[in-house]
Ligand binder design. Structure first.
Ligand code: AMP
Length: 195
C-alpha cells in the first residue's frame, strides 16, 4: 500500500523555512472540521501535516533554530497533540521532553493541576521529579484556543519547581483571546500560524 508521503524537499525552499512561508503551508495543509468535537467548534485537524514529511521537518528545523539559543532545559508537551512536534523539537535541541498527561495515565508519583473547561473541569498531571528545580521550560501544544490548557500546563511546571520560559503553538486561534490569558506570565508566546 502506498502512503503517498512527500519525502523530497521542494527545490525553492530552505530546510528552515521562514515563519510566513510555514504559516501559509500549515494553513493549506490543515483541514477545518465544523462542529467537531461538538456543535459550534471549528476544529483544526493537523493530521494532514503529518503526511508531508518535508513540511514537518521544516517546522521542526525552524523551531529548533528559533529556540536554540534560548537556554531551555526541557520541553513539556500537552497530551496528546502536543507530543507530535514537542518531542522531535526536544530531540533536535538535545534536551529532555516531559509529557503532561490527563489524569490517571502516568505511573508513580505525580503532581496534578485542575482547571476549568467550558463545562466542568479537567485534571492534568506530570511525573514528580521529571522537571528539576529551576529548569527553564518551554510549554508546547498544537493549538492555542481559549488558553485554559496552556495556563494549567504552566501552573503544573511552576508547581514542579521549574520556570516557564515561553509558550509555543503550531496554530493560535487569535479570536479566542488565549494569548491574553497567558500574557500575565510575561513570557514569549511564539506561534507558527495565527488565525
Ligand atoms: P484551550 O484550553 O481552549 O486553549 O484548548 C486547547 C486544547 O484543545 C489544545 O490541546 C488543542 O489541541 C485543543 N483545541 C481546542 N480548540 C481546538 C480547535 N478549534 N481545533 C483543534 N484543537 C483544538
Amino acid at each position: 500500500m502506498s502512503l503517498n508521503i512527500r519525502r523530497v524537499m521542494p527545490e525553492n525552499k530552505t530546510i528552515f523555512g521562514n515563519r510566513l512561508e510555514l504559516e501559509k503551508e500549515i494553513f493549506s495543509a490543515v483541514r477545518e472540521v465544523p462542529n467537531f468535537p461538538k456543535e459550534g467548534i471549528l476544529f483544526k485537524d493537523i493530521n494532514p501535516i503529518f503526511q508531508d514529511s518535508a513540511l514537518c521537518l521544516r517546522i521542526i528545523k525552524h523551531l529548533a533554530k528559533h529556540y536554540k539559543d534560548k537556554g531551555l532545559d526541557a520541553i513539556v508537551g500537552v497530551e496528546s497533540r502536543g507530543f507530535f512536534f514537542g518531542f522531535p523539537l526536544a530531540l533536535e535541541l538535545g534536551i529532555p521532553f516531559i509529557p503532561i498527561r490527563k489524569k490517571g495515565k502516568l505511573p508513580g508519583e505525580v503532581i496534578e493541576e485542575r482547571y476549568d473547561l467550558e463545562y466542568g473541569s479537567a485534571v492534568i498531571e506530570v511525573q514528580s521529579g521529571a522537571l528539576k528545580n529551576g529548569d527553564k521550560v518551554l510549554v508546547h501544544d498544537d493549538v492555542l484556543a481559549t488558553g485554559g490548557t496552556a495556563l494549567a500546563a504552566a501552573n503544573l511546571v511552576s508547581k514542579s519547581g521549574a520556570v516557564v520560559e515561553g509558550f509555543n503553538f503550531i496554530i493560535m486561534l487569535g479570536f479566542l483571546g488565549g494569548d491574553e490569558k497567558l500574557n500575565p506570565l510575561n513570557v514569549n508566546i511564539y506561534n507558527l500560524a495565527v488565525s
